[in-house]
Design a protein around this ligand. Structure first.
Ligand code: ZN
Length: 198
């Protein structure tokens, strides 16, 4: 974490998996909280869990900037987004590859971030699903047309070639796992920064 911070990463993306919403278990709030104060990077929490409302409060720390929940996991997504905002955290809404952008229509104005999943969530190291590019473009058009202040985040299969694709389509927050953490972390982050600047 220190290595990527020193190399210039902006956020630490926290992938929380519960073994129900996704077929894998990662870690929970206790592990995340143990990182508090060990980095200056804000936490960008991605809850891949059932009943997120029940756990949102556990992930609120002074370092938590975003909490993103899945549209598919929330029965009352508007209420959940308001709940996150009421805790002084920026709310995000994620959609899986099989969920259309239209599912976000009535929550766009209330969210600070939309996360387009470009793999089926649950495991690292998966390949980018090309159909997601169209979804990023579609979302970007709506955000521009309605003049909304919403970040477009992409998570899954980001590497040298897909990074350009998703940025061209309109994404401005990129999540990278394997691409950063395999090999030399600092030079990986620097290479990504250079690509973004170019
Ligand atoms: Zn994630």
């Amino acid at each position: 974490m220190k290595q990527i911070e020193n190399a210039g990463a902006h956020l630490i993306h926290v992938d929380v998996m519960d073994g129900h919403f996704v077929p894998n278990i990662s870690y929970g709030a206790t592990v995340m909280k143990s990182l508090c104060g060990r980095t200056q990077m804000p936490f960008d929490v991605h809850l891949m869990i059932e009943n997120p409302d029940q756990y949102i409060g556990d992930f609120v720390t002074e370092q938590t900037e975003y909490i993103t929940v899945h549209q598919e996991a929330c029965r009352h997504i508007n209420r959940t987004v308001q709940h996150i905002r009421s805790m002084d955290v920026k709310p995000g809404v994620a959609i899986n590859p099989g969920t259309p952008v239209s599912a976000l229509e009535y929550v766009l104005e209330d969210a600070d971030l939309i996360l387009i999943m470009s793999v089926n969530p649950g495991f690292g190291g998966q390949k980018y699903i090309p159909e997601c590019t169209e979804k990023i473009q579609e979302l970007k058009e709506i955000i521009d047309k309605e003049e909304l202040d919403v970040d477009i985040q992409v998570d899954g299969g980001i590497n040298d070639s897909t990074l350009e694709t998703v940025m061209d389509a309109g994404a401005n927050l990129l999540v990278a796992g394997s691409y950063v953490f395999n090999g030399d972390l600092a030079s990986n982050v620097q290479r990504i920064q250079e690509k973004i600047e170019n």
